[in-house]
Design a binder for this molecule. Structure first.
Ligand SMILES: [Fe+2]
Length: 230
């Protein structure tokens, strides 16, 4: 029998960012932008999970799916608690001061992608967030790809500490999410919500990647003009 999460796992596999890492790590400017955008997503993680935990607790007496995610969310909130702060530290290693993270508006594509998750958590069912988390936990590049790209990159490894940490730990985190979902008495409506959440997260990651590459194309002529003459 197919596992209840097999379609979600298939969707989540599409998220892996390995292909893009070499292009991102080619310049400090690209990495600053990549880390800024990763910070925009990460700064919402704990409050999103707290919203899901509150919604799940409120339903838990009469809803076994909601009751089954409360403990997982409490644990995972602790695992993710400081990640935005770690990314701010890594950005500081590239000369980006903390106040810039407060002053620059997070991209609309990220606000829309994360905002959709709040909506489904609050107004449909908190288990939907597991589609989002499953895709994000599957999106880190592999450690091998990352280390190989780093060797060729002008960017100091200190700027990639959090990215590397995720590359090492996220396969296990994704496994925890699938295991939790497999333990729940999911109904068709929950599967529909999980799939919609996972697909919206893939669209968010794709838009983010396209916007990063579009910046690179726009900056390309300028960077070439700034390169020293041979
Ligand atoms: Fe993780």
């Amino acid at each position: 029998m197919l596992k209840a999460t097999s379609e979600l796992r298939r969707l989540a596999r599409q998220a892996r960012a390995s292909g893009a890492m070499e292009a991102i790590l080619a310049s400090e400017e690209q990495v600053r932008e990549y880390l800024f955008r990763t910070h925009c997503v990460a700064r919402a993680s704990v409050s999103l999970m707290q919203a899901a935990a509150r919604a799940a607790k409120a339903r838990s007496r009469s809803d076994p799916v909601a009751a089954g995610i409360v403990d997982y969310l409490a644990r995972h909130i602790e695992e993710e608690r400081d990640h935005a702060r770690w990314l701010a530290r890594d950005l500081a290693a590239l000369g980006v001061p903390a106040h810039e993270l407060e002053e620059r508006l997070p991209p609309p594509s990220i606000a829309a992608g994360v905002g959709a998750q709040y909506y489904w958590v609050q107004h449909f069912h908190p288990v939907s967030l597991f589609g989002y988390m499953g895709v994000l936990e599957s999106s880190a590049p592999s450690v091998t790809t990352l280390k190989k790209a780093l060797r060729r990159s002008p960017v100091p490894a200190t700027a990639l500490r959090t990215v590397l940490w995720h590359a090492e730990r996220d396969p296990e985190h994704a496994g925890d999410i699938w295991a939790c979902l497999e333990s729940l008495p999911l109904l068709p409506r929950h599967h529909v919500a999980l799939k919609a959440s996972a697909e919206a997260t893939l669209r968010l990651l794709r838009a983010n990647g396209e916007e990063l590459l579009a910046r690179r194309r726009a900056l390309g002529p300028l960077l070439r003009r700034l390169e020293p003459m041979p």
